[in-house]
Every structure is written in C-alpha cells, then in structure tokens.
Design a protein around this ligand. Structure first.
Ligand code: UD1
Length: 420
C-alpha cells in the first residue's frame, strides 16, 4: 500500500454539513454474504476503503465477478470456483475470517489461512470455530490453515460466552444456507448485525431477531441475488462529531442514524456539547469549555463502543478536569495514548484503565498512527492543536475512512495528504 502522511494545521474551527459514509463493519460481512447468493447482488453505499478492496480481492479470487461503480458494488457469485483463501489475502484484514462461514454455507467447505493477531492485541477466533463445529462443521488446523468441512446438519443452540460480533456473523452466514434451525443466545446486538440479517432476508434467508440477543436462523437451500443499501457508519459519524467538538465547531452529519449514536451522544453531552438528533441527521455544537466525562467504559452494543474510545479520548485531552476510560473489549487499545502525550496531553495508562487529565492546549507534533481508530484520534487531536502536525502511517486511517482529508477540508480543516 502507498505510504503517505497527513499534514494538519490545527486550530481551525470546523463548520458545515457532510454526508456520512456507509458502514465499513456492515459492508464487509455483507460482501461475504454475497458468496451465499446464486445471482447478482447490488450493494449501495459501499464506502471506498482499502478494507473493501481486500474483501473484493477475496471475492474475485473465489470466482465472483465484481463490478464497482462509485459507491455501489455488484457481486455476481453465480459460480464459485474455489473454497481456498491464501494467506496473502486473509492477512490483509482481520475480518476476512467471516468468509469461513460464507464459504461453508455455499460450498460445504472452507480452507483459509489463519487471520493471525493484529494491532489491537491477540484476536482469537475460538468462539467462531467452536460455534461452526457445534453446527456440524469438522474443523482441522494444518500449517496455519483452518480447514472446515460441513457435516450432517443438526438443529443447534449456540450460547456465546461473549457476544462476539464476528462470531455472530460467521454463525449467521453458515446457518443461512444450512438445513437446520440455528439459535444464537447472547448474540452480538450491534446495528451491523441487524443489517446483515436484513440483507440475508432479502436474499431469501429466514433470520429472526438480528440486532437482539437471541437470533434464530432457519436455513434456506438457495439464496438469490438482491439489492441492499448498507447502514451509515456510526463510528465515522462519532469521529466527525469529536473533530467538530474539539475545534470549537458546529457541524451537521446527514445520513447518520441517531438511534445508533446513543452512548456516544450521551458522553459528548456530558462534556457540554449540544446535540440535536434528527430523523436522519445529527447536529453538534461544541461547548465553550469542555467538561470531563467521569467514566467511559467500553462495552458491547448498546454500550459505549471500543471503536470510539480513542477518538473521544483525543477530544477529552483538553477537558477541564479528569476523564477515566476503562477498555473492556480489547487488550491493547491504548497505543494512541503515547502519541497524544507527545502532543502535550496528560494521560496515564494502567492495564485496562486510562486516566486523562485535561490540559489547556495541545501542540502540533509528528505522530504515528498505530491502528485505524487510534490514527483517527490523532487527527482529532491535531485539528485542535496549536501548530502543525504530521501523522504518519495513514494507511491505517484509510482502511476505515472514505476521503478523510476531503471530508475534513470541506468542513474548513487545513489538512493535506502527502505521499512519502
Ligand atoms: C468487530 C468490529 C471491530 C470492533 C469489534 C468490537 C468488524 C469488521 N470489526 O470486530 O471494529 O472493534 O467488533 O465491537 O465488524 N474474541 C474471542 N474469541 C473469539 C472472538 C472474539 O476471545 O472467537 C474476543 C476478542 O479478542 C475481543 C472481543 O472478543 O477481545 C470482541 O471481539 P469481536 O466482537 O469478535 O470483534 P470483531 O468481530 O473482531
């Protein structure tokens, strides 16, 4: 991937309106679900992101015909030529693991390289594999490859010990073309799960309860092509909300779904922001003085999302007082803290707890994005800092934000993308 950096001149107040992108975390499982459909699927509001490119590369490798027109993608999975995904494609993004369930459902077998760990710490897939084998798949691991073959179909009730988003998706994908009913207890309740359920139902599956803690899937032997518009990206919306608030600005995000932003809006209101939730839009006005948020605990949805933790933290570095974060989802998700400290923030990390003591101002610095949301957090900090910042390693940011620099520029930010 191309190496580039963002150069940001801080201190510009953001204002204006933007249209929010489609959700990365919705479109990836939906692209995998297209493998289940014997016909053409048309997916709208598909963000132009490197993670989407990685999913498309897997689809093409499997034999699907993919056609991208602006933010719509057509996937024709009439013919699936192979059920093997090599390491070079699996390792491009961690969520490629959801192709296991889709391939098993479509071809009865899947052979994929182990997705490995990632920048957020170890990312086990025991819940995925345990559930697939409970549903009758026979799973072996050889030389870093996971080899799955579907066995006799049987009615299954899977109790997830943790409501894993990816495991819930993998189960739904495998079960959608199974021959027996599958019930998931303690399923992930993220809006992206509900979106996947809606897509599968449009294709002819019978999924009930997606978006709640109990999901039932009655398998259908055949799924057909369908047309679907993915939901808007709640984490991208949260990022632009924090960027506006951090710069003392006022913006409206069109296309955002207020119902998905509850815990984020609550935290930002505590900090003094004024937030208006419309039917399909969210407006935010920064406070005169940022108040701290006493305790932010990341939790599965509808709790505060781990993906918004770094971004909110960047905003709260300038609050008048102390904010405390507790990261309950991932082990190593404070790698942005050191970079924020180099910009003048006062942050101390102790295991899962992070204490942010607000400082009067941040200063521009050269910093490095360590992961997707941590990188976006550095941009939020840089936008509000005095002076110029350069953020390296922005390929992380571009995995999840469509035209990040253009969107921010349209709101009045001084941001330039520099090829290195
Ligand atoms: C998804 C999102 C990611 C988000 C995360 C939590 C996508 C593409 N990614 O990731 O942006 O941060 O949800 O909201 O949708 N776990 C296990 N064993 C497993 C599976 C998960 O121990 O088999 C653990 C993970 O290590 C992690 C926690 O469960 O600590 C949450 O993971 P999970 O909900 O599965 O997240 P992802 O689906 O990987």
């Amino acid at each position: 991937m191309e190496n580039a950096s963002f150069i940001i001149e801080g201190g510009r107040r953001l204002s204006g309106e933007i249209e929010i992108q489609g959700a990365k975390n919705s479109v990836l499982p939906i692209l995998a679900a297209a493998v289940l459909c014997e016909g053409k699927c048309v997916i709208h509001k598909c963000p132009r992101l490197s993670d989407v490119d990685s999913a498309v590369a897997i689809l093409e490798h499997l034999g699907c015909k993919v056609n991208r027109l602006d933010t719509s993608v057509e996937v024709d999975a009439s013919v699936i030529e192979r059920s093997h995904i090599p390491a070079r494609l699996m390792r491009r993004m961690r969520s490629s693991v959801i192709f296991l369930g889709a391939l098993l459902g479509r071809t009865g077998e899947a052979d994929a390289a182990y997705p490995g760990g990632c920048e957020l710490g170890p990312r086990p897939i025991d819940l995925h594999l345990g559930a697939l084998s409970q549903m009758g798949a026979v799973i072996t691991e050889e030389y870093g490859h996971i080899i799955c073959k579907s066995g006799a179909a049987k009615e299954t009730c899977i109790d997830l010990s943790f409501p894993s988003v990816g495991a819930t998706e993998n189960i739904m994908l495998f079960a959608a073309r199974g021959r027996a009913r599958v019930t998931i207890i303690n399923a992930a309740r993220e809006p992206e799960i509900a979106d996947l359920g809606e897509f599968l139902n449009k294709a002819g599956a019978r999924v009930r309860g997606a978006g709640t803690g109990v999901i039932t899937i009655e398998g259908s032997l055949r799924l057909s092509g369908c047309e679907h518009t993915v939901i808007s990206d709640r984490i991208a919306a949260a990022t632009y909300m924090c960027a506006a608030a951090a710069t003392g600005g006022e913006i409206t995000i069109n296309g955002a779904d207020p119902a998905h932003l509850g815990s984020i809006a609550a935290a930002m209101k505590q900090s003094g922001c004024r937030i208006a939730l419309g039917e399909r839009a969210v407006s935010i006005e920064a406070p005169k003085e940022i108040r701290p948020v006493k305790l932010i605990r990341t939790m599965p949805y509808p709790g505060f999302p781990t993906d918004a933790q770094a971004i909110l933290m960047a905003y709260l570095t300038r609050a008048r007082g102390v904010s405390v974060f507790i990261e309950n989802i991932f082990e190593s998700r404070y790698r942005h803290a050191d970079e924020l400290v180099s910009m003048g923030a006062d942050i101390s990390v102790n295991g899962r707890v992070c204490v942010v003591s607000g400082v009067g101002e941040l200063t521009g610095a050269r910093v490095r994005a360590c992961d997707l949301r941590g990188g976006a957090a550095l941009a939020v900090a840089a936008l509000s800092a005095r002076g110029t910042s350069e953020i390296y390693n922005i390929s992380h940011i571009e995995r999840g934000y469509e035209r990040f620099d253009e969107v921010l520029s349209s709101l009045g930010a001084q941001i330039m993308r520099k090829k290195i």
